[in-house]
Design a protein around this ligand. Structure first.
Ligand code: GUN
Length: 299
């Protein structure tokens, strides 16, 4: 049976350190870190994530500002709000919750965020820095950054000689994860829906990262014995065993069968999910330190 990687515990340690760093910044520079989260529309899952981000930010001692805009908000109005937040000295991090409604150009919104407040790490400047290894001043997307910390708890920081397979090529997870694993000296393959014989490829992975958004797609017999499995998926499926109309969360990995073969595996929930929020706090405190002209601590 695999070691279950406790993302909630690792995330709690990270947010404790962020809270301590926030205290230091307040005492020494008189700066309170400020995070603004913008949500457009009523997507229930997005609302849950945004509420959780606000709660954690307050627990870290941050100023937490939430802008909830109606579904029919126009692009110009959203860009106007981002302009205001870009020039607000009390705000160090800006996150616009995705997905946005179809009538808004997501790319235009992301590129409107000032790169030094882009705590999602989605702006071209930050993507380019990560891709060229300029990691000391880049903001790294939160889910991949959190996944790397979880891998670190099992395998350490140097992944020399390890084969990593990422299933999924999204801008939010797959592509930044590729860069982070490569920077850690892993040999990395990015698989996707057009990959031939995905099960055989997954069986070559010492590190398997699942980020496809398909419930329980990756089965136990796709896992190399002893592999470290990072399940980024958060999928809601019917759970009639809990009662009529009830649902439960599962990952992209079939946990029961995978845990028999893997060396270590993240559960869903309480795996990667809490790390995403913890790394948002890290990026925000880092932004606040930089804005105050100070060198942020390492996390
Ligand atoms: N929606 C799902 N994941 C994310 C994320 O990491 N950042 C933002 N802004 N929206 C998301």
């Amino acid at each position: 049976m695999a070691q279950i990687i406790d993302g909630r515990a690792v995330a709690a340690e990270v947010t404790d350190r962020v809270g301590a760093a926030a205290d230091t910044l307040k005492t020494e520079a008189g700066t309170q870190p400020g995070l603004a989260v913008v949500i457009v529309g009523d997507d229930p899952a997005s609302k849950v994530y945004v509420a959780s981000k606000g709660r954690t930010a307050r627990a870290c001692g941050f100023l937490s500002v939430e802008h909830t805009l109606p579904e029919e908000t126009g692009q110009a109005a959203l860009l106007g709000l981002i302009d205001d937040l870009n020039s607000d000295p009390a705000i160090h991090g800006i996150l616009v919750q995705l997905p946005l409604p179809d009538h808004i150009d997501e790319g235009a919104v992301i590129q409107a965020i000032a790169p030094d407040k882009d705590v999602d790490g989605f702006h071209f400047i930050n993507v380019g820095k990560l891709g060229t290894g300029v990691t000391d001043s880049a903001f790294v997307p939160c889910t991949p950054a959190g996944s790397m910390l979880l891998i670190d708890t099992v395998l350490g920081k140097d992944l020399s000689g390890k084969n990593a397979v990422i299933v999924g090529r999204s801008n939010i997870v797959g592509k930044p994860m590729f860069n982070l694993l490569l920077s850690a000296n892993a040999t990395v393959t990015v698989a996707h829906s057009r990959t031939a014989d995905l099960p055989a490829l997954c069986r070559t992975a010492d590190i398997l990262v699942a980020a496809v958004g398909r419930p329980q797609m990756i089965k136990g017999d796709w896992i190399k014995p002893g592999a470290t499995v990072i399940d980024v998926g958060i999928n809601r499926i019917p759970a009639p065993e809990k009662g009529e109309g009830k649902t439960r969360l599962v990952g992209d990995v079939d946990f029961e069968s995978a845990a028999e073969t893997a060396g270590a595996i993240t559960p869903v929930p309480r795996g990667v999910g809490p790390m995403t929020i913890a790394m948002l706090m890290v990026n925000t405190i880092v932004a606040a330190y930089r804005a105050a002209g100070r060198v942020p601590p390492d996390f």
